[in-house]
Design a protein. Structure first.
Length: 395
């Protein structure tokens, strides 16, 4: 069985094709700047073949068509026909109580559309692409693996906001949690690496979007993202946790309405907002190294927030077996890892300075005397979605 997994951003499309008999990744590709007034970068790797080209891609349907053309290319493709794809799985973000792993149908698409205002960077591109794909490939089942599904195990005491209970019960305002596929992968992989099915893990997924998750026995116990992916840690350009009452003041002082202010918080906030430099951690680290104070502050705030959540989760789990860093920043930034782990000796957490400098792959980076292991582990959200998609279509 071959499963295609689609990972969409507002202007990007990444895919991987898996053979589920062996879980071998047959192909991967990525297309960015979709729908923009510029050429997209279109990368593909199929077996030993890899290529990059620039081409204008008008929308997500065109991106998917390009992906299918690449996969069926007579010269280097790995499929004879698109019919070999059993299903397409989506790492979809938010459909409220329609969580879990489910076939894409009108009910789900409507739920995602209705929640577009609380997940503005995520839901609209998924709904658009899913509708386009339904029309173009009516015979291929589409499956949504909702990011919130993994967090259904969080106890009520950690998912309930202190708000009027009617908001919780009637409007489902609660901590839903996101990055489910990534944290699930880390939980499963760490159980193997530690040879412990009941391991207590603090998983730090740090990338364009970031979240921390406390897990025990591979199940989510608490996580930093709440009702929406704008919450929790500072994100690349989204705000993270924030006191909503400050909005009244800024509204009065700027004359902007609440929608404008929320749009600003979800596009001009986060690391970009504090640093004023970029939404990319690499640029911010470079600016900080060159003496830019705001860039340094962005790094300090981000790392301090990760540390604060890690501290909370040591309390939630009554200690931890391992802290794991994953995602583009988690895997690559020794600067952030150092700042998160410094002054954690009270909990027996000691980073190995040299091992922390090395890059790539699964690595144990704690000092020998550290009571809590520290790891970097590349996540594989797509494999999790492929497994879940295969399970659903097999039933
Ligand atoms: P997404 O959440 O969009 O999938 P990724 O997990 O790919 O994001 O992470 C992207 C982020 O990783 C980039 O914004 C960049 O800031 C960060 N990153 C990548 N390489 C490095 C590096 N060497 N040092 C610091 N940050 C890095």
């Amino acid at each position: 069985m071959k499963i295609l997994v689609a990972n969409l951003g507002s202007t990007s499309f990444k895919y991987r094709l898996f053979d589920m008999e062996t879980e071998e990744q047959l192909a991967r590709g990525g297309i960015d700047r979709i729908g923009e007034d510029a050429d997209s970068n279109c990368d593909v790797e199929i077996g030993t073949h890899s290529s990059e080209q620039q081409q204008r891609i008008s929308d997500h349907a065109a991106a998917v068509q390009m992906c299918l053309d690449q996969l069926t290319d007579p010269e280097f493709g790995c499929l004879e026909s698109v019919d070999e794809v059993t299903a397409i799985g989506f790492k979809a973000v938010f459909a409220g109580k329609l969580s879990g792993i489910r076939l894409v149908n009108d009910k789900l698409l409507e739920a995602m559309e209705n929640l577009a205002d609380v997940a503005p960077a995520h839901n609209p591109p998924y709904v658009r692409a899913m509708r386009q794909l339904q029309a173009s490939f009516p015979n291929i089942p589409l499956v949504a693996a909702l990011e919130t599904a993994f967090h259904e195990t969080i106890p009520a005491k950690y998912r309930t906001y202190a708000i009027p209970s009617e908001w919780t019960e009637k409007y489902e305002v609660r901590r839903w949690g996101f990055h489910g596929a990534s944290h699930r992968y880390i939980g499963t992989r760490m159980a193997q690496l530690l040879d412990n099915d009941d391991a207590k893990i603090i998983s730090c997924h740090l990338g364009g979007s970031s979240s921390v998750c406390a897990m025990r026995g591979g199940e989510s116990q608490s996580t930093s993202m709440g009702m929406t992916p704008q919450s929790g840690l500072p994100q690349n350009n989204r705000v993270g946790d924030f006191d909503p009452f400050a909005l009244r003041l800024v509204k009065r002082l700027t004359g902007k309405d609440y929608d404008e202010l929320l749009d600003e918080l979800s596009s001009q906030g986060g690391l970009l907002g504090i640093s004023g430099v970029s939404n990319d951690c690499r640029d911010i680290e470079e600016a900080a190294a060159n003496g830019n104070g705001k860039a340094q502050l962005a790094i300090d705030v981000y790392a301090a927030d990760i540390k604060r959540y890690a501290g909370q989760y040591l309390a939630v789990l009554n200690g931890a077996d391992a802290i794991v860093f994953t995602g583009g920043i988690g895997e690559n930034s020794d600067v952030i890892r150092t700042k998160v782990c410094e002054e954690m000796t009270y909990a027996g957490i000691v980073l190995h300075a040299e091992k922390n400098q090395q890059r790539g792959g699964e690595r144990l980076i704690s000092a020998d005397e550290s009571k809590v292991q520290i790891w970097t582990v590349p996540t594989n959200e797509e494999l999790v979605v492929a497994r879940q998609t295969a399970e659903l279509v097999e039933c």
